[in-house]
Design a protein around this ligand. Structure first.
Ligand code: ANZ
Ligand code: ZN
Length: 828
């Protein structure tokens, strides 16, 4: 392994990997090769990678994502586009903070040291960034605008505070948004999430639920269908009705949400979520003790457990009754864990005959079951199986005799509306976005709490509210924000009344920071606002976004929400921020995700030291379709390097002058070259990057054959082929491509060369000679396409003058085709 590796790198005719990397990365930097112009002289395109967290050096996952994106950025540039391909860091947040605590360092030091390391690695990796865009969300120049945006949301009522039970990670000691809880576990550390009642800040994303759904039609075709499906599910639109039940001994009716108002006559009890305030209000004094004990138990369960079908549902009677608005029936009210506080109204009418969850509960607690739709499947009270399908309505007053659900729902809804006891409605599963965190390394919330004036926004001209330094302080999570310990920082004066007041001590979820960075990239030095509206108008929406599918319901939904708010504020003039999305796969090893515990990690730095950037990038792109996982055990960067050396030697063998006329060269090779140009261009446009590499390999082989057999390196067709090899390779192997370009005597950089268009006349498929026999004798030889059809061959044969003559007016009895080589005509 080591020996052959040495042989590869020290081949006198090979390129020196490490020297080439140094030479050309310095060249690109010096010449601003990938700096966007933004002057309107060319059509513009925006290529965006999901910016990284600065937690350590780049790894194989980064290597894949950025290699894929750069294929497009470089391709567009050669096609004549002015490309914006920015870079920056998502540098606030828990990963940095936890790592800093573990190493006893300040998050800032740790973060900026990592950014430096990663930046150097990106330069070495040869990604065509416009480095002038570099931003860090933890810089005050950035986060003052995060605060500014928060204040605009606050003005519009889109940022608000409320008390509620929230997801709480006992290890990270902080709240989590619903999106950050995966199967009941903390998305960051894997600990079981519990519930806590806290006052927290929210963004009102639910105001945009319907629009977030509707505008997905603009993303159809541009985004992976699976991401759209995940967002659709996450938003979870549900049509149904609100129904008001009066409560004995209470003024206020209780409102339930149901998707099946047509089953109202089958409601035999009501259930409220134990952790909803309503349960506490409804609870009768004699049931208090039992209820409180029950609530304590429920709070230990996760929502996932509570909703699971295997979960044995539990509950307590609240000692109170509700009145069914359609038949005046008195039904008991229970609190039970299978009803969630955060969905619908937090209260349901239970219809055990037609809802399995209600039936399971009714059987456990011996509550009545009444069938109101007869589907012919047997009475659920006896079978234990709730029926949900269409059937004949029974025991249902005005609905009796109907047989169709849609009609039943419409009729009863009309009735409820007429009586003023309900109405048709739509509910969403989507919750408001919980954005406050009790952690240090984040953007401070620019609000002051004043005993006289309440919640007071920090005036714009006092932004940024800088994070207190807290150097040397204990940042370990304790349940309250570490900012609270910076007492000098906390105590301030009220911007409204001038009295003593205190700062909000929470920081924002990092997903707030990452919901608007792509606008700032268009004008990273802008000081008059978060971004220059005109620059955004020029570059956005983003033409291609590249990043992981794990962000489907978080970052990608939050950013869409931000875009809609910014549009309503008049700051952007489009509905959707990202037109196309590519979710690259993962790099795995021996069939499994890389992990420390499995010890199957592959170190990117080592791979690059051994094989070079070009071979690693080309291997990544060649491994398979961009969206699929790459098993590093199944690829061969060594073989890829040998291919790149082979390609490089072609350029060394070219001896024709730069201005040699290719039309005088070997036509067969030219056909291969132009067919490759044509095909590669189409493959790039349809995102099939792995096949691009395969086609270039074929072209290299064909060119090598031509050099070794035909006119050799002096043939201008060999130059033409080699030039295109260099251009195509520059998308995946930019260093060797520059070396080739230089060896070909062309001025740098290949990245700034013009992408060729295929010569149509060379695309025509080769012809073959087709023999035409009449009565067994050869009468004609025709040049035809190799994929000629029987009809075409017969027509061509019969049209030939010699064939006509030998037929001499006779009828044709039979035509036998052996295509494309022969047509045999049998006369009558
Ligand atoms: C009565 C009923 C009868 C229901 C029936 C269903 C079938 P989706 O489709 O997910 O929106 N529900 C309402 N709020 C709830 C909550 N906070 N926690 C748990 N369950 C809740 O589900 C809506 C249905 O789920 C509602 O319709 C309600 O049960 C229940 F034959 O009402 B249904
Ligand atoms: Zn005040």
């Amino acid at each position: 392994m080591t020996q052959s590796h040495e042989a590869e790198t020290s081949d006198r005719r090979g390129y020196d990997i490490h020297a080439a990397q140094q030479k050309w990365s310095a060249y690109w930097e010096q010449h601003g090769t990938f700096a966007a112009l933004g002057d309107g002289s060319k059509p513009q395109r925006y290529l965006l990678d999901m910016f990284p967290y600065p937690s350590g050096d780049l790894h194989m996952g980064h290597a894949e994502a950025w290699a894929m994106g750069d294929v497009l950025g470089r391709f567009w540039k050669m096609q004549g586009y002015d490309v914006l391909h920015p870079t920056g860091w998502d540098s606030f947040g828990l990963p940095a903070e936890n790592a800093a605590i573990a190493r006893n360092a300040h998050p800032a030091e740790w973060t900026y040291a990592n950014i430096k390391t990663q930046a150097e690695s990106f330069v070495r990796y040869g990604i065509g960034f416009d480095w002038r865009t570099e931003l860090h969300t933890s810089d005050p120049e950035y986060y003052q605008w995060t605060q500014w945006l928060f204040l605009r949301y606050h003005e519009r009522g889109l940022a608000y505070r409320k008390d509620s039970y929230v997801n709480w990670c006992p290890v990270d000691q902080t709240v989590l948004a619903n999106e950050q809880v995966k199967e009941g576990l903390c998305d960051r550390c894997g600990t079981q999430v519990t519930k806590r009642q806290l006052t927290q800040w929210y963004f009102k994303i639910t105001d945009y639920a319907q629009e977030l759904l509707d505008d997905m039609s603009q993303l159809e075709g541009g985004w992976p269908e699976r991401v759209l499906a995940m967002q659709r599910n996450w938003i979870g639109r549900s049509e149904g009705a609100h129904v008001d039940f009066t409560i004995e001994g209470c003024e206020q009716p209780v409102r339930v949400f149901t998707t099946r108002p047509d089953t109202l006559f089958g409601a035999t009890f009501m259930v409220v979520a134990p952790d909803a305030e309503l349960a506490d209000e409804l609870c009768a004094p004699e049931q208090r003790e039992q209820f409180d004990a029950y609530l304590e138990k429920v709070k230990k369960q996760t929502e996932i457990e509570r909703q699971s079908t295997e979960h044995v549902k539990t509950g307590v009677f609240l000692g109170r009754h509700a009145i069914n608005p359609v038949n005046g029936e008195r039904i008991p009210i229970w609190a039970a864990d299978y009803v969630l506080a955060e969905y619908g109204t937090g209260a349901i009418m239970a219809v055990p005959a037609h809802d399995q969850r209600d039936l399971d509960f009714a059987r456990t607690y011996d509550l009545p079951v009444r069938m109101v739709i007869d589907t012919g499947e047997g009475d659920p009270a006896e079978t234990g199986v709730a029926t949900a399908g269409d059937g004949r309505y029974v025991n249902s007053g005005l609905l009796d005799g109907l047989t169709n659900k849609v009609e039943g729902v419409a009729r009863i809804t009309e009735q409820l509306e007429g009586d003023g006891v309900g109405e048709g409605t739509v509910t969403y599963r989507l919750r408001d976005w919980l954005l406050s965190r009790q952690r240090f390394w984040g953007c401070p919330i620019p609000i002051v709490h004043c005993p006289q004036c309440g919640e007071v926004p920090v005036p714009d001209d006092q932004l940024p509210v800088l994070l207190p330094d807290l150097r040397g302080a204990d940042l370990a999570p304790k349940g309250t924000s570490p900012l609270a310990s910076a007492t000098d920082w906390v105590s301030t004066t009220c911007p409204k009344c001038g009295g003593a007041a205190s700062r909000d001590t929470d920081t924002m979820d990092t997903f707030v920071d990452s919901s608007w960075y792509f606008y700032r990239y268009c004008s990273p030095q802008f000081t008059e606002g978060p971004f220059d509206v005109e620059a955004v108008k020029q570059w956005m929406p983003v033409d291609q976004y590249v990043g992981g599918v794990e962000h489907a319901t978080m970052h990608l939904l939050y950013s869409r929400f931000f875009n809609k708010v910014l549009r309503d504020m008049g700051m952007v003039d489009f509905d959707e921020p990202f037109l196309r999305l590519l979710n690259q796969g993962q790099v795995i090893n021996e069939g499994k995700a890389m992990s420390k515990s499995l010890g199957n990690g592959v170190d990117l730095g080592e791979q690059i030291d051994q094989f070079g950037v070009d071979a690693v990038r080309t291997t990544v792109v060649f491994a398979g379709p961009p969206a699929e996982d790459i098993d590093w055990a199944a690829v061969s960067p060594g073989a890829t390097l040998r291919f790149l050396q082979r390609a490089h030697r072609l350029a060394l063998d070219v001896s024709s002058p730069v201005d040699a006329d290719p039309t005088s060269g070997d036509r067969a090779l030219r056909q291969v070259t132009h067919r490759t140009i044509h095909e590669v261009t189409e493959l790039l446009n349809s995102g099939r990057f792995n096949v691009v590499v395969a086609r270039v390999m074929e072209l290299v082989n064909a060119t090598r054959k031509a050099v070794d057999s035909g006119a050799g390196g002096a043939d201008p067709a060999v130059r033409e082929a080699s030039q295109f090899v260099a251009q195509a390779l520059s998308l995946v192997a930019p260093y060797v491509a520059e070396e080739m370009w230089e060896a070909l005597g062309l001025p740098p950089s290949v990245a700034e060369s013009t992408w060729p268009t295929a010569d149509e006349t060379l695309l025509v498929a080769e012809s073959v000679t087709m023999v035409v026999q009449v009565a067994g004798k050869v009468r004609a030889k025709l040049e035809v396409s190799p994929d000629i059809t029987e009809d075409e061959a017969t027509a061509a044969a019969l049209a030939d003058a010699n064939v006509q003559r030998s037929l001499d007016g006779r009828e044709v009895a039979k035509v036998i085709c052996r295509l494309p080589r022969m047509v045999s005509i049998v006369p009558a």
